[in-house]
Design a protein around this ligand. Structure first.
Ligand code: PHE
Ligand code: FE
Length: 286
């Protein structure tokens, strides 16, 4: 989550931090960069991304001729699930973010990365936000989940429990895996928008892959600087939504007394899908 508490929107942005996408301002080089990123991922994802994601990607026609115009995305998306994409300058304060989600608006960065950042960038750009997140918003179950998350975020802020809830977002919306008939599949936006992690998350022997368990996930630390060392596998998107419909008050009370779980730990109570070697993380630690 961005540490922008109390920050004012930048000049030109509305009180809710939205801006005009100014689609006509993208250069032909920026449109070409979108197509490069799009084509590379679209080729890789069949058999890796979950069926809801692949269906959504197709339904929204996001390749087009370059960076999509959000108003055209919304013409297709809104009739499907009531979600819309709104443009923002970059990361927004937590409260602003949750307020948008709670109202089925997905805030997407309007800028696109520089060509030398094809594989890695720190701040979410239009490729991560739109290619990564928006296809899942066509799925009715995931659409409900993300709205409920926004409502839950506003509550968690009031209860001082955002650290725990942010981990749920991280390990589901950004880095979630789901079980399908054909095997493990990706639904997390941080994975589907990254070429290298789309392969690593499913095929590499390094990371742990553990069955999703709400309280366990909310206790687990995460890293923002490299591939994840643990992925959590939901039995289905429906099961994910069902697990979060309960009131989190009692869970938060328990979490206040519970220790954080280090990233690579496997607990005796974990339902282990794959026990990772952690070789990749060890090699990066030098
Ligand atoms: N049920 C949660 C609460 O009571 C809200 C929530 C729903 C959080 C879905 C995350 C995802 O706060
Ligand atoms: Fe994201």
């Amino acid at each position: 989550m961005a540490d922008l508490a109390g920050a004012e929107p930048p000049p030109g942005a509305a009180a809710d931090w939205t801006i005009d996408q100014r689609w006509d301002r993208y250069t032909s080089a920026e449109h070409a960069l979108w197509l490069t990123l799009y084509d590379r991922q679209a080729r890789l994802l069949p058999g890796r991304a979950c069926s809801a994601y692949l269906k959504g990607l197709e339904a929204l026609d996001l390749r087009g001729e370059g960076v999509p115009d959000f108003s055209r995305i919304n013409q297709r998306l809104a009739p499907m699930t009531g979600w819309r994409v709104v443009a923002v300058p970059g990361l927004v304060p937590d409260e602003v973010f949750f307020e948008h989600l709670a109202n089925r608006r997905f805030p997407a960065g309007a800028f696109i990365r520089a060509p030398e950042q094809l594989d890695y960038l720190q701040e979410p750009d239009v490729f991560h936000d739109v290619f990564g997140h928006v296809p899942m918003l066509t799925d009715p179950t995931f659409a409900d989940y993300l709205q409920a998350y926004g409502q839950g975020g506003l509550r968690a802020m009031g209860l001082g429990q955002l650290t725990n809830l942010a981990r749920l977002y991280w390990y589901t919306v950004e880095f979630g895996l789901v079980r399908e008939a054909g095997g493990l599949r990706i639904y997390g936006a941080g994975i589907v928008s990254s070429r290298a992690e789309s392969i690593f998350a499913l095929d590499d022997p390094s990371p742990n892959r553990l069955a999703f368990e709400l309280e366990r996930v909310m206790r687990t630390r995460y890293r923002i600087d490299d591939f994840q060392q643990v992925y959590f596998v939901a039995p289905s998107l429906r099961a994910l939504l069902d697990a979060t419909l309960q009131d989190f008050s009692a869970l938060y009370a328990r979490l206040r007394g519970a220790a954080d779980i280090p990233i690579a730990t496997i607990l005796p109570t974990d339902d282990v899908v794959t026990r990772g070697t952690q070789a990749y993380a060890a090699s990066r630690a030098g």
